[in-house]
Design a binder for this molecule. Structure first.
Ligand SMILES: *Cc1c(COP(=O)(O)O)cnc(C)c1O
Length: 495
């Protein structure tokens, strides 16, 4: 029988994969979850010989069961092509005993490219399958990384338009330049006079404004989201864990069936949840090592069983993990509550109203596959420096959080099982923090000068994504107040 998707908050909801991709979020505010985790139906040995694209098909076909073979392969081939700067798409590099799974070879040099390169194709295919003839308009609020990855993924994709709002003074100069130089006739970027929360609230308001939706529909448009809770982002992320395991097997680094641990620098809990799904598909993963920065809400949760977002929000050198509400954790909560939408909805209600909830002892037992810890700013910087001094390999700040937590895990447990660590960004995306960690004297130069120096000391070429924006023309000049966002969208759509 076809796999169906349920809502984490309403037991009566059942939709197909393509409907879940189209909708993004269930009407009850819940997240879509597969009604069972399918098992891999290809042996690890067979996977070992496969390309990234072949692996993607073997994994994704198990989840997106209402897509035809032709449809899914077409999406995969359009996504994982020369946009990536390596034919392997996600190479595994060993440094100081850890296998780093490099997920930053896509167009915007962060791991969000892994899913956002395919989401536009999954979405347009889903629209076709469900006889949606409207043009899909993607609205995104971003604190930096997601906006660019979404723009890059949706640029020039037929049947879609994308509008991105970012806080005018709340992103790094490189991040802003990446966005405002975006090409593609179907793209729109605006800096708002406000912070990220205001951008996010503005976008959410447009999503829930029925009159706005009606007006758009009369012009042949409907809204959708590229947010990380869409299963169209989650499912493609399972692929690279399977691929990494198969590559280690192919290279003889591990034996067939040998268990490995997976370490993931975590913010919204999407990437590590994908690793958990991979484990549940039968991939031999023992522990899932969940690494946080100083915003260690998840570490505290794994320690105590209490999730408490009532705390100070700390700005760190790994900004993509500066998050106090890890949205995708809801999918794990639902599962360890025995797939109970009712229980999960109660927890989420408590989170909404009081900012805190505590799970039962019985539910805590369901967390045994996870180990949580965190790295301080000093530990993160020290990890970058030590690994560089020892091996010459340079980590970005997010990956360094994971590496630091790997060492804490090994010291605390004595478990020396081989570890695959998700490497979520190129060091060139966070050049200043990375270079500062390597030596404090690196800080007077401009970001581009620092990139040149990083390229020199690490012996790696500056990625195209950085090289391009050095001279690229600014194409987006719009600035607006948060309350003017709907007007800006209408103007972009010619309404
Ligand atoms: C988004 C992001 C993360 C966090 O991933 P989640 O799926 O949100 O847990 C980690 N590192 C980088 C570089 C990111 O962009």
């Amino acid at each position: 029988m076809d796999l169906m998707y349920a809502s984490t908050r309403d037991a009566n909801v059942k939709v197909t994969a393509s409907q879940a991709v189209l909708k993004g979020l269930s009407d009850d505010g819940g997240l879509f979850v597969p009604d069972r985790i399918p098992l891999l139906d290809v042996s690890l040995k067979d996977l070992a010989g496969m390309s990234y694209q072949e692996t993607a098909y073997a994994v994704m076909k198990q989840f997106l069961t209402d897509f035809t073979e032709e449809e899914l392969k077409d999406c995969i081939n359009k996504a994982y092509d020369s946009k990536f700067d390596t034919a392997e798409i996600a190479p595994v590099v060993q440094a100081d005993g850890i296998y780093f799974l490099e997920l930053f070879h896509g167009a915007t040099i962060a791991f969000k490219d892994m899913a956002l390169s395919i989401l536009p194709h999954l979405l347009t295919t889903s629209a076709r399958k469900n006889n949606v003839t409207n043009e899909i308009v993607i609205l995104t609020a971003t604190s930096g990384d997601t906006g660019k990855a979404a723009l890059s993924g949706f640029a020039d994709v037929k049947g879609t338009k994308i509008a991105v709002f970012y806080p005018k003074n709340g992103v790094s100069p490189i991040q802003e330049k990446q966005m405002v130089t975006q090409t593609g006739a179907n793209t729109f970027v605006a800096g708002i006079h406000g912070n990220f929360d205001e951008a996010q609230t503005g976008v959410k308001k447009m999503f829930s404004d029925k009159a706005f939706a009606k007006e758009l529909a009369s012009y042949g448009y409907q809204l959708s989201s590229a947010n990380s809770i869409n299963i169209g982002r989650l499912v493609p992320q399972i692929v690279y864990y399977v691929y990494a395991y198969a590559k280690l097997l192919e290279k003889g680094e591990i034996k067939e069936g040998e268990y490995i641990n997976a370490a993931v620098p975590t913010g919204n809990f999407g990437n590590i949840l994908a690793a958990y799904y991979a484990k549940n598909m039968g991939l031999p993963i023992a522990k899932l090592i969940c690494a946080s920065n100083e915003n260690k809400v998840l570490y505290d949760f794994f320690e105590t069983g209490t999730y408490d977002k009532n705390r100070e929000f700390i700005l760190t050198s790994s900004p993509s993990m500066d998050i106090l509400i890890s949205s995708n954790l809801e999918r794990l909560i639902y599962r360890i509550a025995g797939n109970s939408a009712q229980k999960n909805a109660e927890f989420m209600q408590q989170l909404n109203t009081q900012g805190v909830y505590s799970i039962s002892e019985e539910m805590k037992a369901g967390l045994k596959d996870f180990y949580g810890n965190y790295a301080s700013e000093a530990e993160t910087a020290q990890t970058i420096k030590e690994l560089y001094d020892k091996t010459g390999y340079v980590l970005d700040t997010h990956t360094a959080v994971a590496a630091a937590v790997c060492r804490k895990y090994q010291a605390a447990t004595g478990d020396m099982t081989k570890i695959i660590a998700a490497s979520t960004a190129s060091p060139f995306k966070f050049t200043r923090s990375v270079m500062n960690a390597i030596h404090p004297s690196y800080n007077s130069e401009s970001d581009f000068e620092l990139a040149d120096e990083l390229s020199r000391i690490a012996g790696i070429k500056i990625p195209k994504a950085i090289e391009e924006i050095r001279t690229a023309k600014v194409l987006h000049h719009t600035e607006c107040e948060p309350e003017q966002m709907p007007e800006a969208v209408k103007k972009f759509l010619g309404i």
